[in-house]
Design a protein around this ligand. Structure first.
Ligand SMILES: [Zn+2]
Ligand SMILES: [Zn+2]
Length: 326
């Protein structure tokens, strides 16, 4: 056993603060591995938690769930190997878990949301949540989780090649949904009111701006109440609507409009191992270019100011990535 110094961690004691602390190294238990955090992708959830408007969130909390890690000590994986983690810790025994849907476990604990996450130098994670990278880079591995969220939403929609799909919202999840829907052969249009975000999609993803009146699949990646409610009448007859974005309020829609379409409404929560493996394979086949989406990079000593920086609208952040590499 190597004798490490105390490690550094960044903790959000209350909304609006992120402070550097020294902490004891976490101790590995049977069936778990000790991991060194290499990259941390910053997600909307982290931004909302820092701002204090994430529902059901308690403080103090160590944020960060989009991770690339290096195996340090493990009975299962090779030391030195890079990996990513599935951050949705599940009970394995509830109805959802036994039905093969651990992503919506009744007792789910999301790493970095319900429990302390990855904004620290070392973490201990159960082996069943660790996915070795087999040659993928730290940038790629830290993007696997948000891409898997998009992949899960699309898998719910069960897209057919040539199908007309509307993606609402071109934040990271919307961009990833567009990218994957195109890979799956759909004809994709995007609705995004922010002109620079819209421009990014048109230039980089080969997608067109929403101009049709109906789509066989509509996917919401905004979480915005008005956007979600506007999506119902954009469904074609027999269409599907998948809500990946999350809205705090009740949503309402015209039942006659919904009924006459014989429409299907679905929520999409987190992602499963199948989605993670699908994304890992796309990276291995060079179908996804990580650099395209990483707009901002931060090193260890820039972490405390990160949220102030990326909340500046002028920064036009797509995905901010922290690298803790020494
Ligand atoms: Zn996330
Ligand atoms: Zn469960």
């Amino acid at each position: 056993m190597v004798n490490f110094n105390p490690m550094q961690q960044w903790i959000c004691h209350q909304p609006g603060t992120l402070s550097l602390q020294e902490a004891e190294m976490p101790q590995r238990t049977l069936g778990s591995s000790l991991l060194r955090v290499r990259n941390i992708g910053i997600c909307g959830t982290d931004i909302h938690a820092f701002a204090g408007n994430q529902p059901f969130f308690s403080y103090p909390r160590i944020l960060g769930h989009e991770l690339a890690v290096e195996i340090v000590e493990s009975d299962t994986f090779k030391a030195g190997e890079l990996a990513t983690i599935i951050p949705y810790f599940n009970c394995a025994t509830c109805g959802a878990c036994t039905a093969g849907k651990p992503n919506c476990c009744e007792n789910i604990q999301v790493f970095g949301v319900h429990t302390d996450g990855g904004m620290r130098e070392y973490i201990v994670v159960e082996d069943r949540y660790i996915l070795p990278g087999n040659g993928l880079t730290a940038d790629e591995l830290a993007l696997v989780e948000p891409l898997s969220i998009a992949a899960h939403g699309l898998r719910r929609a069960d897209l057919k090649a040539g199908e007309k799909v509307l993606v609402m919202g071109a934040g990271p999840i919307g961009l990833f949904t567009i990218l994957l829907a195109k890979i799956q052969g759909a004809l994709v249009e995007v609705a995004e009111p922010n002109t620079s975000r819209l421009q990014f999609c048109l230039e980089n993803l080969g997608v067109s701006e929403a101009s049709s009146t109906s789509y066989s699949t509509v996917i919401d990646a905004t979480g915005n109440l008005l956007a979600i409610e506007s999506g119902f009448v954009k469904m074609a007859h027999g269409g599907k609507y998948v809500l990946i974005g999350l809205q705090k309020q009740a949503i309402s829609f015209s039942h006659p409009e919904f009924h006459k379409r014989e429409a299907t409404l679905m929520s999409s929560r987190n992602a499963t191992l199948e989605d993670f493996e699908y994304i890992l394979n796309l990276f291995r086949n060079q179908m996804i270019q990580a650099d395209l989406f990483i707009s901002h990079r931060f090193s260890k000593n820039q972490v405390p100011g990160i949220f102030t920086k990326i909340n500046e609208p002028a920064e036009q952040v797509i995905k901010a990535m922290i690298s803790l590499a020494v």
